[in-house]
Design a protein around this ligand. Structure first.
Ligand SMILES: Nc1ncnc2c1ncn2[C@@H]1O[C@H](COP(=O)(O)OP(=O)(O)O)[C@@H](O)[C@H]1O
Ligand SMILES: [Mg+2]
Length: 271
């Protein structure tokens, strides 16, 4: 359930094991430095979010973790092992699975075959069949549409399929790149609720990057704020939700009201 994030699955963050650690990571596209000095940690069992507006460097962080981009500086450590600039296919095999921005399903393949593609590294066929059932439990519409071409699904259904395809790899850590992008508020809420359920029920650790701070701060346990390629703030999501500048810039809430009376106003763009 969205909203349960405040208490979180990880009660004492400092005591939990760190599954992912970035230290001083810098990545660039030619002369353009997209992220600089990025350090962050994800503990086993948590949902961690990185909030940032368009162009802040969110996608670059995820691509650097999953090996699609090699960083210029810094290190990425996963499950106690350096994975900096390792081949992406090797990183997937270690259980670190990336759900890319814009969903990227195979449009001409059926829903069913897209799901099997997610399990391509696995040889445990019975477990793969069980995971297909598990995925259909979370997203019943995918079971109904399993024989259809993925390209014919709606945007929301394609996002569900992209998340499900990642689940078929049996991940320990999932990287989610803006699952809310282009979706209605209702569908976004539905998808976030299921992401939280997957985290709570299966213990899958999540690193979620989002522009939709409202949804992300409700779903996640811990958050980082990224501006112009740099982390500028870090705290529990419960505390981030209360911070004045987060409320103003990311949640679209403004302290209005003359004569010192306090009133919170919400912009139309949120919810
Ligand atoms: N393939 C690319 N080539 C050149 N610049 C890029 C490329 N991808 C992203 N950038 C630049 O890197 C910065 C961070 O981009 P990105 O990580 O995609 O941000 P976000 O995901 O937060 O929107 C932006 O300034 C963007 O213009
Ligand atoms: Mg992006």
């Amino acid at each position: 359930m969205v909203g349960a994030g405040a208490e979180g699955a990880v009660a004492d963050r400092s005591a939990a094991e760190t599954i992912l650690r970035l230290a001083n990571v810098e990545s660039a596209y030619g002369p353009i430095k997209a992220i600089r000095g990025v350090s962050l940690a994800v503990r086993t069992g948590e949902i961690v979010t990185v909030l940032g507006s368009n162009g802040a460097g969110k996608t670059t962080i995820l691509k650097t973790i999953s090996g699609i981009i090699d960083p210029r500086k810094g290190s990425v450590e996963y499950a106690g092992e350096a994975i900096t600039a390792l081949d992406p296919s090797l990183i997937v095999r270690k259980g670190l699975v990336h759900v890319p921005e814009g969903r990227e399903v195979f449009p001409l393949l059926s829903v069913h075959d897209n799901l099997l593609m997610g399990a391509y590294t696995r040889t445990d066929r019975d477990a793969v069949a069980r995971d297909m059932e598990m995925v259909f439990g979370y997203f019943p519409i995918l079971e109904e549409r399993q024989r259809q071409q993925a390209g014919l699904l709606s945007g929301g259904q394609q996002q569900m399929l992209a998340i499900s395809r990642a689940l078929m790899a049996d991940p320990r850590l999932m990287l989610l790149d803006e699952p809310s992008l282009g979706l209605s508020p209702k569908l976004t809420k539905e998808i976030f609720e299921i992401v939280v359920r997957i985290n709570r029920e299966r213990g899958t650790t999540m690193l979620l990057v989002e522009q939709n701070a409202n949804m992300a701060l409700n779903a996640a346990d811990h958050g980082y704020v990224l501006e112009n390629g740099r982390i500028v703030m870090e705290d529990s999501c419960a505390r981030l939700r209360e911070k004045e500048d987060i409320r103003e810039f990311y949640l679209g809430m403004k302290e209005a009201g003359a004569r010192g009376e306090r009133r919170w106003k919400k912009k139309k763009t949120w919810r």
